[in-house]
Ligand binder design. Structure first.
Ligand code: FES
Length: 145
């Protein structure tokens, strides 16, 4: 399995690692098949993501996609950030091997859950829609077939 240079770079030197103290939103998701988990904490100012950090216990692709999604989302409005797709995350990394595409779902789902957590805590309607990795019908290995 070949990773791009950018995947390897984000895996070896991930950005925005850690947990924000007193976060405005928290997203915790897990991949039901491989057991990898991810937590995103974020700060919101004027409906924009002003700070974001992640902790991921998982494979190299899960760490690289978590890292890049925090870079992509920082500074975006909540409604822009919630639209980031797993394909955009993979493209930003120069591509992912097909067997690892499912790993990028963890990153986009963690972000979505954190955004909705912020909105709901502030009495607003959630905007993320269904969360793929917690869907009982989600098959994280379907791209491998
Ligand atoms: Fe579990 Fe990559 S193998 S997220």
């Amino acid at each position: 399995m070949l990773y791009t240079e950018k995947v390897m770079e984000h895996f070896g030197n991930p950005r925005n690692v850690g947990v924000i103290e007193d976060p405005d939103g928290v997203g915790e998701v897990g991949n039901p098949v491989c057991g990898d988990v991810m937590k995103i904490t974020l700060k919101v100012a004027d409906d924009c993501i002003s700070d974001i950090k992640f902790q991921t216990l998982g494979c190299g692709a899960a760490i690289a996609t978590s890292s890049i999604v925090t870079e992509m989302a920082k500074g975006m409005t909540l409604s822009e950030a919630v639209m980031i797709t797993k394909q955009q995350v993979a493209d930003e990394l120069g591509g992912l091997p097909p067997a690892k595409m499912h790993c990028s779902v963890l990153a986009t789902d963690g972000l979505k859950v954190a955004i909705d957590d912020y909105l709901v805590k502030h009495g607003r309607a959630p905007i993320a829609g269904p969360i793929t990795s917690t869907d009982p019908d989600f098959d994280p290995h379907e791209e491998e077939l």
